[in-house]
Design a protein around this ligand. Structure first.
Ligand SMILES: Nc1ncnc2c1ncn2[C@@H]1O[C@H](COP(=O)(O)OP(=O)(O)OP(=O)(O)O)[C@@H](O)[C@H]1O
Length: 128
């Protein structure tokens, strides 16, 4: 099933193979347009993969449910030991990159969190 009103079967079938499989970083999509982004987010959301990179930007979809293991101690530990891009997209990867830059550059870091009301901005900021 595809998101209603935005994606027809023909449109999806006309897209490149990697568009139809889903990618972790949408800057790598062969066809890049609004429908391709919606399809990629949808494919990942169906597998409880709520985070997707767009280069150094993180797109997050509100799952409105708890996803097991996503924010537990082992996830914190794993993301604290890897550079951005080495592990699947995650808000912890952004937080860790900020922390690294803080130490490396000895300068303040800023994260811009944007989205419509109810998108999950407050919850995500809390998890960091
Ligand atoms: N990662 C998540 N997992 C499960 N539920 C979530 C998650 N993020 C948000 N939610 C649910 O969505 C609701 C709205 O999220 P949140 O308050 O963070 O939105 P917001 O973007 O800060 O909204 P507003 O701009 O109106 O303050 C939460 O009360 C929670 O029920």
């Amino acid at each position: 099933m595809y998101p209603r009103n935005s994606l027809s079967r023909d449109l999806v079938l006309s897209m490149h193979q990697n568009n139809r499989e889903g990618v972790e970083d949408m800057s790598l999509l062969s066809d890049l347009h609004e429908a391709a982004i919606m399809l990629n987010l949808h494919l990942r959301y169906q597998q409880d993969k709520i985070y997707t990179n767009i280069g150094s930007i993180l797109a997050s979809v509100n799952p409105y449910k708890q996803i097991a293991g996503l924010y537990d101690e082992s996830a914190v530990d794993m993301y604290s030991r890897h550079h951005f891009g080495e592990l699947p997209p995650h808000i912890f990867a952004i937080a860790n990159e900020c922390y690294r830059c803080l130490w490396k550059r000895h300068d303040s870091q800023c994260v811009l969190i944007s989205g419509e009301s109810g998108a999950g901005k407050t919850e995500r900021a809390r998890s960091c």
